[in-house]
Write a protein that binds this ligand. Structure first.
Ligand code: BDP
Length: 328
């Protein structure tokens, strides 16, 4: 039989269905991953799975399920919180509705650069986010990169906030992003990642926003021809373990899992740099028009009411916002 990529995805889906039907076994861990094989996060998660399986001498057999076959991100967060899934790589965007502290990370332009984000997340402030996640049954062992997210669409290059006016833009599941797009005059639609491609082709959406690797691997670049470097969101992602799965481990195995999670984040961040470059090249070669945004301050100013509204609704988080802004 000729093996087509379609056959492989059918195999992946049936493997996942079998996995869902099986009762969870104490020594087998299932991990949720939204990205396809070869994506930087996938490679790092698979290395994590393999190393943990090997170093625990199969006391833990760890398997990653790619392409979001175990559900969309908001569902997977709930499943990991309840221990139905054992671990996952989550973006902090869709985490906001569940762990409200993490909304701070979704404030547009909160980090001045990717390096700034790494410094904050690897330090004492990052630990505060890990503590907030732990209260909701998610043990964040390390932080992955997800670059900077920029706007893309099927209609026109975006150079000024007014260029966003009237565009139907998909956002991740978080009201803050609805406020962000509305502050630019666009119409925001929260939608699961897996539904965006189809919605772009049918015109239900005019655009979305993401980093280069996701813009490329989701094939959105085939439909959305304009990618504009607004770089409005720099959001970290966690390698998170379900609290129940974590607590079931011996201290020795916890140490192995923690160590490998940290190694996975180092690997992911390295792969990210090269992966972003390769994705950038691929979309350029495919004819995507990329434009720099000269006056980013104009976009930043439009976010003032978003910040004001956020702080008014969450006064207890103001000091955290300030701590991040002044840590630069
Ligand atoms: C990607 C993130 C992934 C999100 C996706 C999205 O890595 O976790 O689900 O964006 O836009 O960059 O939904």
């Amino acid at each position: 039989m000729k093996t087509t990529s379609k056959t492989w995805s059918a195999v992946a889906v049936s493997v996942a269905m079998v996995a869902m039907a099986l009762p969870a076994q104490a020594n087998s861990w299932r991990g949720w991953n939204i990205h396809p094989p070869g994506y930087p996060n996938t490679v790092a998660l698979e290395a994590f799975a393999e190393a943990v399986t090997e170093r625990t001498e199969e006391r833990l057999k760890v398997q990653v399920y790619n392409n979001g076959v175990l559900g969309d991100q908001p569902d997977a967060i709930e499943q990991t919180r309840s221990g139905a899934l054992d671990f996952a790589n989550f973006n902090m965007g869709p985490m906001g509705p569940i762990v409200k502290e993490t909304n701070v990370l979704s404030l547009p332009f909160i980090f001045s650069s990717i390096e700034h984000m790494h410094e904050v997340m690897d330090g004492e402030i990052g630990q505060q986010f890990a503590d907030a996640l732990a209260e909701k049954n998610l043990i964040a062992l390390s932080w992955f990169d997800s670059g900077a997210r920029s706007l893309y669409n099927t209609e026109r290059p975006i150079s000024t906030p007014d260029d966003v006016r009237g565009l139907k833009i998909r956002v991740m599941n978080n009201d803050l992003y609805v406020d962000m797009i509305e502050a630019l005059g666009g119409n925001a639609t929260p939608m699961a990642y897996g539904e965006v491609y189809q919605s772009l082709t049918t015109g239900v959406l005019d655009g979305a926003e993401n980093n280069y690797p996701s813009f490329e691997s989701s094939n959105h670049y085939e439909v959305a021809e304009y990618y504009s470097l607004t770089e409005h969101l720099i959001i970290p992602e966690c390698l998170c373990i379900a609290k129940a799965s974590w607590e079931a481990l011996s201290p020795e195995d916890q140490e192995i899992v923690r160590d490998e999670a940290i190694k996975a984040s180092t690997m992911q961040r390295e792969l990210w740099v090269e992966g972003s470059r390769a994705s950038h090249q691929k979309v350029v070669d495919a004819g995507v028009q990329i434009n720099e945004v000269e006056d980013k301050a104009a976009f930043q100013e439009r976010m003032d009411p978003v910040y004001a509204g956020f702080i008014q609704a969450n006064p207890e988080l103001e000091s955290l916002v300030e701590a991040i802004r002044s840590s630069n």
